[in-house]
Design a protein around this ligand. Structure first.
Ligand SMILES: C[S@@+](CC[C@H](N)C(=O)[O-])C[C@H]1O[C@@H](n2cnc3c(N)ncnc32)[C@H](O)[C@@H]1O
Length: 187
Protein backbone atom coordinates (compact mmCIF):
# COMPACT_ATOMS: atom_id res chain seq x y z
CA UNK A 1 0.00 0.00 0.00
CA UNK A 2 1.24 3.54 -0.64
CA UNK A 3 1.86 6.03 2.18
CA UNK A 4 -1.56 7.79 2.05
CA UNK A 5 -3.21 4.42 2.13
CA UNK A 6 -1.09 3.19 5.04
CA UNK A 7 -2.02 6.33 7.02
CA UNK A 8 -5.70 5.85 6.28
CA UNK A 9 -5.79 2.14 7.11
CA UNK A 10 -3.94 2.60 10.41
CA UNK A 11 -6.01 5.63 11.51
CA UNK A 12 -8.49 5.77 14.40
CA UNK A 13 -11.01 7.21 11.95
CA UNK A 14 -10.81 4.08 9.77
CA UNK A 15 -10.99 1.78 12.81
CA UNK A 16 -14.14 3.59 13.98
CA UNK A 17 -15.76 3.42 10.53
CA UNK A 18 -14.96 -0.30 10.32
CA UNK A 19 -16.40 -1.01 13.77
CA UNK A 20 -19.47 1.20 13.64
CA UNK A 21 -20.50 1.09 9.98
CA UNK A 22 -18.63 -1.11 7.55
CA UNK A 23 -18.49 -4.48 9.29
CA UNK A 24 -21.99 -4.32 10.84
CA UNK A 25 -23.27 -3.74 7.30
CA UNK A 26 -20.99 -6.24 5.54
CA UNK A 27 -21.80 -8.99 8.05
CA UNK A 28 -25.49 -8.20 8.63
CA UNK A 29 -27.32 -11.54 9.04
CA UNK A 30 -24.11 -13.50 8.33
CA UNK A 31 -23.41 -16.33 10.74
CA UNK A 32 -19.64 -16.73 10.99
CA UNK A 33 -19.69 -19.94 13.03
CA UNK A 34 -16.95 -20.88 15.50
CA UNK A 35 -13.94 -21.20 13.15
CA UNK A 36 -13.30 -18.23 10.83
CA UNK A 37 -10.58 -17.07 8.45
CA UNK A 38 -9.89 -13.47 7.44
CA UNK A 39 -7.89 -12.75 4.28
CA UNK A 40 -6.01 -9.42 4.15
CA UNK A 41 -6.27 -8.01 7.70
CA UNK A 42 -3.71 -5.22 7.14
CA UNK A 43 -3.31 -3.29 10.39
CA UNK A 44 -6.01 -5.35 12.08
CA UNK A 45 -8.97 -2.91 12.23
CA UNK A 46 -11.28 -5.60 10.82
CA UNK A 47 -9.63 -8.38 12.86
CA UNK A 48 -10.43 -6.51 16.11
CA UNK A 49 -14.11 -6.52 15.21
CA UNK A 50 -14.15 -10.17 14.14
CA UNK A 51 -12.35 -11.55 17.21
CA UNK A 52 -15.19 -11.34 19.75
CA UNK A 53 -17.62 -12.84 17.22
CA UNK A 54 -15.90 -16.22 16.78
CA UNK A 55 -14.26 -18.90 18.90
CA UNK A 56 -11.16 -19.28 16.69
CA UNK A 57 -9.85 -16.75 14.19
CA UNK A 58 -7.09 -17.27 11.64
CA UNK A 59 -5.83 -14.47 9.40
CA UNK A 60 -3.71 -14.63 6.24
CA UNK A 61 -1.79 -11.48 5.33
CA UNK A 62 0.46 -11.11 2.27
CA UNK A 63 2.65 -8.29 3.60
CA UNK A 64 5.29 -9.49 6.09
CA UNK A 65 5.54 -6.10 7.81
CA UNK A 66 1.86 -6.25 8.79
CA UNK A 67 2.22 -9.84 9.94
CA UNK A 68 4.73 -8.72 12.58
CA UNK A 69 2.37 -6.04 13.90
CA UNK A 70 -0.62 -8.40 13.90
CA UNK A 71 1.29 -11.04 15.88
CA UNK A 72 2.39 -8.38 18.35
CA UNK A 73 -1.16 -7.08 18.83
CA UNK A 74 -3.14 -10.33 18.86
CA UNK A 75 -0.65 -12.80 20.36
CA UNK A 76 -2.35 -16.18 20.72
CA UNK A 77 -5.86 -14.71 20.33
CA UNK A 78 -5.56 -15.12 16.53
CA UNK A 79 -3.54 -17.43 14.33
CA UNK A 80 -1.61 -15.03 12.08
CA UNK A 81 -0.25 -16.55 8.88
CA UNK A 82 1.98 -14.92 6.31
CA UNK A 83 0.62 -15.95 2.93
CA UNK A 84 -1.41 -15.26 -0.17
CA UNK A 85 -5.19 -15.47 -0.21
CA UNK A 86 -4.89 -16.88 -3.74
CA UNK A 87 -2.72 -19.78 -2.49
CA UNK A 88 -3.94 -20.38 1.05
CA UNK A 89 -1.57 -22.43 3.24
CA UNK A 90 -4.57 -24.17 4.81
CA UNK A 91 -6.39 -27.50 4.44
CA UNK A 92 -9.60 -28.16 2.51
CA UNK A 93 -12.95 -27.82 4.27
CA UNK A 94 -11.69 -26.46 7.59
CA UNK A 95 -13.55 -23.18 8.15
CA UNK A 96 -17.13 -22.23 8.94
CA UNK A 97 -16.55 -18.84 7.33
CA UNK A 98 -14.02 -16.88 5.30
CA UNK A 99 -14.14 -13.07 5.25
CA UNK A 100 -12.27 -10.28 3.52
CA UNK A 101 -12.83 -6.57 3.78
CA UNK A 102 -11.59 -3.78 1.51
CA UNK A 103 -8.83 -5.96 0.12
CA UNK A 104 -10.02 -7.51 -3.16
CA UNK A 105 -8.94 -4.43 -5.15
CA UNK A 106 -5.37 -5.08 -3.95
CA UNK A 107 -5.29 -8.45 -5.72
CA UNK A 108 -3.54 -7.55 -8.95
CA UNK A 109 -5.79 -9.07 -11.64
CA UNK A 110 -9.36 -10.35 -12.10
CA UNK A 111 -7.87 -13.81 -12.74
CA UNK A 112 -6.07 -13.81 -9.36
CA UNK A 113 -9.20 -12.50 -7.67
CA UNK A 114 -11.05 -15.49 -9.15
CA UNK A 115 -8.31 -17.80 -7.84
CA UNK A 116 -8.75 -16.23 -4.39
CA UNK A 117 -12.52 -16.89 -4.56
CA UNK A 118 -11.82 -20.54 -5.43
CA UNK A 119 -9.35 -20.78 -2.55
CA UNK A 120 -11.90 -19.30 -0.13
CA UNK A 121 -14.36 -21.96 -1.29
CA UNK A 122 -11.79 -24.76 -0.97
CA UNK A 123 -11.05 -24.05 2.71
CA UNK A 124 -14.74 -23.74 3.66
CA UNK A 125 -16.74 -26.67 4.95
CA UNK A 126 -19.89 -27.50 2.95
CA UNK A 127 -22.48 -24.90 3.99
CA UNK A 128 -19.75 -22.45 5.05
CA UNK A 129 -20.02 -18.79 4.07
CA UNK A 130 -17.63 -16.42 2.28
CA UNK A 131 -18.53 -12.80 3.07
CA UNK A 132 -17.07 -9.35 2.92
CA UNK A 133 -17.04 -5.99 1.23
CA UNK A 134 -14.95 -3.71 -0.92
CA UNK A 135 -15.07 -0.13 -2.11
CA UNK A 136 -16.81 0.98 -5.26
CA UNK A 137 -14.47 2.48 -7.81
CA UNK A 138 -14.46 6.29 -7.98
CA UNK A 139 -12.13 9.09 -8.93
CA UNK A 140 -11.05 9.69 -5.30
CA UNK A 141 -10.62 5.98 -4.66
CA UNK A 142 -8.26 5.73 -7.64
CA UNK A 143 -6.43 8.85 -6.46
CA UNK A 144 -5.53 7.38 -3.06
CA UNK A 145 -4.16 4.33 -4.86
CA UNK A 146 -1.72 6.22 -7.09
CA UNK A 147 1.38 4.06 -7.47
CA UNK A 148 -0.40 1.18 -5.76
CA UNK A 149 -2.23 -1.93 -6.96
CA UNK A 150 -5.86 -1.05 -7.62
CA UNK A 151 -8.09 -3.50 -9.52
CA UNK A 152 -11.64 -2.69 -8.36
CA UNK A 153 -14.20 -5.48 -8.54
CA UNK A 154 -17.27 -4.43 -10.54
CA UNK A 155 -20.12 -5.49 -8.23
CA UNK A 156 -22.43 -6.32 -11.15
CA UNK A 157 -20.09 -9.15 -12.18
CA UNK A 158 -19.32 -10.54 -8.74
CA UNK A 159 -22.19 -12.95 -8.09
CA UNK A 160 -21.52 -14.72 -11.41
CA UNK A 161 -17.78 -14.85 -10.65
CA UNK A 162 -18.45 -16.38 -7.21
CA UNK A 163 -20.71 -19.01 -8.77
CA UNK A 164 -18.03 -19.72 -11.40
CA UNK A 165 -15.60 -20.27 -8.50
CA UNK A 166 -17.90 -23.03 -7.26
CA UNK A 167 -20.16 -21.31 -4.75
CA UNK A 168 -23.83 -22.29 -4.74
CA UNK A 169 -25.69 -19.19 -3.65
CA UNK A 170 -24.08 -15.76 -4.10
CA UNK A 171 -25.56 -12.36 -3.29
CA UNK A 172 -24.10 -8.88 -3.83
CA UNK A 173 -25.55 -5.62 -2.46
CA UNK A 174 -24.39 -2.16 -3.46
CA UNK A 175 -24.34 0.46 -0.70
CA UNK A 176 -22.94 3.96 -0.25
CA UNK A 177 -19.35 3.82 -1.51
CA UNK A 178 -19.06 0.05 -0.98
CA UNK A 179 -20.56 -3.27 -1.95
CA UNK A 180 -20.97 -6.33 0.22
CA UNK A 181 -21.15 -9.96 -0.79
CA UNK A 182 -21.92 -13.33 0.73
CA UNK A 183 -21.68 -16.73 -0.94
CA UNK A 184 -22.34 -20.20 0.42
CA UNK A 185 -20.35 -23.33 -0.36
CA UNK A 186 -22.69 -26.07 -1.49
CA UNK A 187 -22.35 -29.71 -0.47
C1 LIG B 1 -6.63 -1.92 2.27
S1 LIG B 1 -5.96 -3.18 3.32
C2 LIG B 1 -7.40 -3.61 4.26
C3 LIG B 1 -7.03 -4.17 5.58
C4 LIG B 1 -8.22 -4.51 6.49
N1 LIG B 1 -9.03 -5.57 5.94
C5 LIG B 1 -9.05 -3.28 6.78
O1 LIG B 1 -10.15 -3.16 6.21
O2 LIG B 1 -8.61 -2.45 7.58
C6 LIG B 1 -5.73 -4.59 2.25
C7 LIG B 1 -4.84 -5.66 2.86
O3 LIG B 1 -4.90 -6.84 2.06
C8 LIG B 1 -3.60 -7.39 1.97
N2 LIG B 1 -3.54 -8.24 0.78
C9 LIG B 1 -3.53 -7.85 -0.50
N3 LIG B 1 -3.49 -8.91 -1.32
C10 LIG B 1 -3.49 -10.01 -0.52
C11 LIG B 1 -3.46 -11.40 -0.76
N4 LIG B 1 -3.42 -11.88 -2.01
N5 LIG B 1 -3.47 -12.24 0.29
C12 LIG B 1 -3.51 -11.76 1.56
N6 LIG B 1 -3.53 -10.46 1.86
C13 LIG B 1 -3.52 -9.58 0.82
C14 LIG B 1 -2.69 -6.17 1.89
O4 LIG B 1 -1.35 -6.49 2.19
C15 LIG B 1 -3.35 -5.27 2.91
O5 LIG B 1 -2.86 -5.52 4.18
Amino acid sequence: MNLIHRRLCSSRKWARAVEEQLLPWALEDVSLGPDALEIGPGYGATTRVLLPRVRHLSVVEADASYVTGLRREFGDRAEVLHGDGAALPLPDGRFDSVACFTMLHHVPSPRLQDVLFAEARRVLRPGGVFAGCDALSSWSFRLIHLGDTCVPVPPATLAARLRAAGFGEAEVTVGKGSFRFRAVRGG
